[in-house]
Every structure is written in structure tokens, then in C-alpha cells.
Ligand binder design. Structure first.
Ligand code: XMP
Length: 506
């Protein structure tokens, strides 16, 4: 296991990604939340930072339990930090150095094994190391940065000014591997199957004979979390799947059926009427979201009470959520779920939280899911928002509108599947617009609803672009929708990117 100490760099997550890609497990910890027990870590990586080591407010953690005791790779700020407090000198660069640079080796070292003598690296810093720390040997330079890489051999510590974790550093992965495998002696054994084995064993120990409640959404994360927990504690896992009446057509019945096939102990709760009642007449998007969130908590709390002696709440939290919560709360407070045992909250929130996926990135969750035998259909499912079709019905929501949108969405998604387009798309769906327009069907004038189709490509939902669906497909699907869904006489395709638009319309 590798410890990545985060000094607040925008690239810290990328370091973790690269290390995991080498099949080596790693964890990110905020610099001011150094674990007390470091015995499980075979190597430590110090990240970059937006701060300057010369500033009083910059991260200045005590590394006495690390430095000289474990192999260390200090990147950018990390390398400057070691230099600044180790007898070297760090000063502002004459020019800020961002972007590509050519790195040339000065001294041969296993750190640069199989890396060409002249290689492209990525720089992003405004301070520079003018004088190396005591005991350090210069390993490599660039045109503008003399001290671009150094080693303190007696401590097995490497300092580098460039960023091996970004793709623009051509040999970045090789350099990380050289450090982690050859120098620190880590084994490349972290695979989805190994993760399942250790996680299931860990969950057994953590939970023992207790009962766990988990809310399933039909999505990838909660499903994989449930299957892992089920392998660990079997029937002591109680899953709840709530139909909020805003799911896709047949989604509730199909997903429930699929969960039963997976052997999960799932209780389906059809609370459609309760949600739709609460939404009646509300046309403000944020208020709709709040209503749905509140009703969900009420329904879930009611159901959770029916499971006697439940001690744990299972959640499908994944790594980006954890990291975001840590940074949002100012870094150090790793107590992310600080609401435990606070009065006034629903009872299920007072349960202890177990989050088996909280160390995984999304694609790793999918790989773990596949190794657990979860059907591809579930793992490859497009993201679907918690408030469901309510935020795709612009304006107020009614059962009739939900029924119309379910039909349109079903035809669209099924069409994408039939045409082999579904898996190339990150997210797709239909939107019911609060617009009526004139049409003509047969000899009759119509004055009916308009729907928009949306299909986007993205990697994380933060930015997105519309998909260039084939005209033939759009033509066919538009015809099909207008012919088959009463009440709709016009179909448009959304060609906005995010930003400046968003994926959902509300
Ligand atoms: P936007 O519309 O912000 O959506 O570009 C980005 C991603 O987030 C999903 N989304 C939501 N998911 N509750 C959710 O669980 C919400 O209120 C919500 N709003 C947007 C959206 O479907 C897309 O994947």
C-alpha cells in the first residue's frame, strides 16, 4: 500500500489513478491528517500544492516518521518542501514554468531506468529549487530548471520538480513504476479480484453479526456495494429499493427482478403516489429536488425502522465523493459523515456508515462489479439523476406527464440499444417541454406537446458534448415517437454542450 500525502494539488487524484493503473493500491490523505499508524505503507508520495513553501500558511507537516524511514517520492511542492527544510534553498522562479519541458539525465539511477536520456516532462510551478537539500545528488535538469530531479540516497528519497502523473510527461508511468516497484519494492498485485477478496474479509470482520440497511438506486455504485456486502454478510444485508414514480418505464419491476436474481435480499417500496402527490403543482426545479429528497428520507426512514436491530447503513460512496467532501471541508476533517448521532436527523442517519467502495474510482467500481459477476447491462447503465424524470419534465410534474415521458424515453433508449449506439454514449434521455405546438396528423390539426432528445459524451459529467447521432437514427426515432406516443407531435434534438448548458435541463 502506498500513502499519497495531499498538499492540495489539482493533480493529486491523478497520482492515485496512475499508481492504481500499475495494480498497486494507494490511499490519499490530507497533509494535516497523517495516519498515526504508518506501518501498512511501504512507500510515500508527497504531492504538489498551490502554495509556496516559503509562505507561513503553506502545508508544513511533521514528516519525521516518514523521512528516512520509508522510500519517498516528493513531487513538485513535495520536492521543494524537502529542499526548503533540508538545508537547500527555494526561491521564486524568474519566469513561472508551466507546460512541456525536455528533461536530461545527469547521473544514472534506477529511478530513470529505461527512460530515454532526453524526454518530455510537464512542469507547473512558480518556485524553483536553487540549492539542493543536504546529502542530495542531482539526477536530472531541464533547460530552465537545473534541479529538476534529485535523490537523497541515505534516505531513499527522490525529489522531482516535474509531474510524472500527467499524460504529458511521456515516461511518467515508467518513472512511477521504477520508484514503486524497483526502488520501494511494492508488488503489482492489486486487481479487482484481490480487492473483492480483501474487502469481503474486511467487511466480515467490521460488521460481524450485525444487520446492515442499504438503499439501492439501480445504479452501478449501490449495486456493486450491495453485492460486496451480500458476499460478506449474506441475509444480514437488507436492501431497500424505492420507486419514486419518476423512474424509467418498467425500471422498477425490471431492476427488482434483476436484484432478486443476484440473490440480494431486496424490499421494493412503491411510494410513487407519495412522491407525485408531494410534487403536485410545484414548478421550481430546486424545490422539486428538495421535495423529492425529503420524501425519500421519510420513506427510507419508515422502511429502515422495520428492520429490527439494524446497526449499519451501507452506502455506495466512491472515491471522488470522498475526496470532494474532504476538500470541501477544508482538508483535515476526514470525519466526512459528521452527522452521526446528531439529534433531529432521521433515525437511519444515526447508524454507523459502511462504504465498501469509498477507495475506488468509477471505472474500478465497474471492474470490481464485473469480477463479481454483475450483468454488463447493469454495469454499463447510463447515469440517471436521483430526482429522475421530475427534472426532465420542465415545470410541474403530473402522473400523465410522467407516463408520456416514460414512453418517449423508452423508445429513444431502446432505439439507441437497437442501433448499437447506447454504449458509445455517456448519458441519454428525453425531456418533456412546457411547449405546445401546432401539427397536422391525417387531416386534423393538432396542438400538442414537444419533446427534446439529449445524448452526451463525457467522462465525469463536469463537461459534456452532444453526440453526433446519425441523421437516419434521428429521423426514425422522431417518427416513431410521434406515431406511437399520443400527445406528442414534435421532437427536437439538443445540440448544446456543457458548459455553457448543463446535461439536464433543470
Ligand atoms: P448537469 O445537469 O449538472 O448534470 O450537467 C451532471 C450530472 O449530474 C446528474 N444530475 C443529478 N444527479 N441528483 C442526481 O442524483 C440531481 O439533482 C442531479 N442533477 C443532475 C445528471 O444526470 C448528470 O449525470
Amino acid at each position: 500500500n502506498v500513502l499519497i500525502l495531499d498538499f492540495g494539488s489539482q493533480y493529486t487524484q491523478l497520482i492515485a489513478r496512475r499508481v492504481r493503473e500499475l495494480n498497486i493500491f494507494c490511499e490519499i490523505k490530507p497533509f494535516n491528517h497523517l495516519p498515526e499508524d504508518l506501518s501498512g505503507y511501504k512507500a510515500v508520495i508527497l504531492s504538489g500544492s498551490p502554495s509556496s513553501v516559503r509562505s507561513d500558511t503553506a502545508p508544513h507537516p511533521d514528516l519525521s516518521e516518514i523521512k528516512g524511514k520509508k522510500p519517498v517520492l516528493a513531487i513538485c511542492y513535495g520536492a521543494q518542501y524537502i529542499a526548503h527544510f533540508g538545508g537547500g534553498n527555494v526561491a521564486p522562479s524568474n519566469t513561472r514554468e508551466f507546460g512541456r519541458a525536455r528533461l536530461t539525465h545527469i547521473t544514472p539511477d534506477p529511478f530513470f531506468r529505461d527512460v530515454p536520456r532526453d524526454t518530455q516532462v510537464w512542469m507547473s510551478h512558480s518556485d524553483t529549487i536553487q540549492q539542493l537539500p543536504g546529502g542530495a545528488k542531482l539526477l536530472a535538469s531541464t533547460h530552465d530548471v537545473e534541479n529538476a530531479a534529485y535523490v537523497i540516497e541515505s534516505e531513499n528519497l527522490y525529489g522531482i520538480q516535474f509531474h510524472p502523473e500527467v499524460y504529458h510527461t511521456k515516461e511518467g508511468k515508467r518513472i512511477l513504476k521504477n520508484f514503486l516497484v524497483d526502488i520501494a519494492g511494492l508488488e503489482q498485485t492489486w486487481t479487482p479480484a484481490a480487492f473483492v477478496e480483501t474487502t469481503v474479509a474486511g467487511l466480515k470482520e467490521q460488521i460481524g453479526e450485525d444487520k446492515v440497511i442499504l438503499g439501492l438506486s439501480g445504479g452501478v455504485d449501490s449495486t456493486v456495494a450491495a453485492v460486496l456486502l451480500h458476499q460478506a454478510i449474506g441475509e444480514h444485508l437488507h436492501c431497500i429499493f424505492v420507486n419514486n414514480g419518476l423512474l424509467r418505464k418498467h425500471e422498477y419491476e425490471e431492476v427488482l427482478e434483476q436484484y432478486k436474481h443476484m440473490g440480494l435480499n431486496v424490499k421494493g417500496v412503491d411510494a410513487s403516489a407519495r412522491f407525485l402527490d408531494a410534487l403536485k403543482g410545484e414548478d421550481d426545479p430546486e424545490k422539486k429536488r428538495k421535495i423529492i429528497g425529503r420524501v425519500f428520507i421519510e420513506v427510507f426512514d419508515d422502511e429502515a425502522h422495520k428492520v429490527e436491530d439494524a446497526r449499519w447503513l451501507g452506502q455506495g460512496t466512491i472515491y471522488p465523493d470522498v475526496i470532494e467532501s474532504v476538500s470541501a471541508s477544508g482538508g483535515p476533517s476526514a470525519t466526512i459523515k459528521s452527522h452521526h448521532n446528531v439529534g433531529g436527523l432521521p433515525d437511519f442517519m444515526k447508524l454507523k456508515v459502511v462504504e465498501p467502495l469509498k477507495m475506488l474510482f468509477k471505472d474500478e467500481v465497474r471492474r470490481v462489479g464485473a469480477s463479481l459477476g454483475i450483468p454488463d447491462e447493469r454495469l454499463g447503465r447510463h447515469p440517471f439523476p436521483g430526482p429522475g424524470l421530475a427534472i426532465r419534465i420542465l415545470g410541474d410534474v403530473s402522473p400523465e406527464k410522467v407516463a408520456i415521458l416514460q414512453e418517449v424515453d423508452h423508445l429513444f433508449i431502446q432505439g439507441l440499444r437497437d442501433w448499437g449506439l447506447y454504449d458509445q454514449i455517456w448519458q441519454a434521455g428525453a425531456i418533456l417541454l412546457p411547449v405546445h405546438s401546432v401539427g397536422v396528423m391525417g387531416d386534423e390539426r393538432t396542438y400538442e406537446k414537444c419533446v427534446a432528445l439529449r445524448a452526451v459524451e463525457s467522462t465525469d459529467g463536469m463537461t459534456a458534448d452532444w453526440v453526433h447521432l446519425p441523421y437516419e437514427f434521428l429521423q426514425k426515432i422522431s417518427n416513431e415517437i410521434i406515431n406511437k406516443v399520443p400527445g406528442v407531435n414534435r421532437v427536437v434534438y439538443d445540440i448544446s454542450s456543457k458548459p455553457p448548458a448543463t446535461i439536464e435541463w433543470e
